[in-house]
Write a protein that binds this ligand. Sequence first.
Ligand SMILES: Cc1cc2nc3c(=O)[nH]c(=O)nc-3n(C[C@H](O)[C@H](O)[C@H](O)COP(=O)(O)O)c2cc1C
Length: 391
Amino acid sequence: MTITASTAPDLNSIDGLSAFERACRQPMMLGLFLPIQNGGWTPSTVPRGTDWSFDYNARLVVRAEEVGFDLVFGLAQWLGAEGWGGATRYRRNSLDPMLVTSGVAALTRNIMLISTIHVLYGWHPLHLAKFGATLDHMTGGRWGLNLVTGFHKDEIAMFGLPRIEHDARYDMAAEFTEMVERLWREEADVTWAGDYWSLEEAFASPKPVRGRPVMVNAGSSDAGIAYAARYSDLIFITSPGGADIDAALDSLPAHTRRIKAEAARHGREVRTIINPMIICRESEAEVRAARDRILAGEDGVAVDNLMGGFAGGDQTSWRGHRREQRIIGGNLQLFGTPEQIVDWFVKLKAAGCDGMQIAFVDFAPELEHFAERILPLMREAGLRNDAAPVG
Ligand SMILES: Cc1cc2nc3c(=O)[nH]c(=O)nc-3n(C[C@H](O)[C@H](O)[C@H](O)COP(=O)(O)O)c2cc1C
């Protein structure tokens, strides 16, 4: 076989900036929350095309890049044979986000690809230093790590490991992160006996493309924020006031100020990104009808199990989410016309949100509608400074 063309993305394809630096130049960063698990974020039987398959998600990533999104990432989770149960066996199938990232690397050139990884479920820092640097090279420096500690109590048991107390998880995550970062940095072998992991003349090369890949975390607790302020570049935040937009707008300014102030105390700057579920139609009546159809199709058993799963966890995120909000999903719910959605985006930016990590109920057509109707209004409102894609 003759190799005629390089599949390696051109690092300087646009302007020599990293994908993250480009994203940071946008007044509002845009991410797509990939539905790599069946049902996406919506335990409802409402008819739709959303699909967990690699092919469907790869098409979404390519399209998100074409219309100008800055990043994509997917959820990592471990559930039993019934998933969250119900008629849909909600989320029984879920692809691994790191492998999905690896699969879409060569299909894309500019968009950031973030992998969610549960580092406390049997990983060693040396594995992640090697795998992460590999992914960073495969993407031409577009890879990011959403390092999660895991909060569902049954997950860690699946690995035959004992439950770890909440704050100890972040303590472990800190050591893990420092070891990985050291392996990414050091040009000589590393020996380090830590509290939780050890390295004996360990070495990883190649190094990541640009020093250190983008580090992401999604904690809301004091320990989670303390971790993120020290180690993360991008923080997925939730609304302390729950999923209603008004309550979110009341509670977010103090939350985002606190996160940024804590990072500043470490001499660091962090960006915040929040996850709205968007239902957008041309009229409020159509929005209500779409919402009612989703609610009418609720997979009741799955919704109850999901509610119970969150109730049994020790996470600070997602407090105050009501049952009907769980049926549609999203950490925040924005249901309205294109003008209303963009108006909320403007207010969320004023509340300290640097980005939107967007989820839809029916991803492919709703992404098209977003590109056609919402993105131009975002440009007009000064939330995006990119040119409209051609074609
Ligand atoms: C947008 C977003 C995405 C998340 N993705 C995952 C995930 O894929 N897997 C996971 O186990 N936890 C995920 N989490 C949960 C967080 O990592 C964290 O455990 C949770 O927010 C609780 O934070 P706390 O421990 O600081 O209270 C996510 C959280 C948010 C806000």
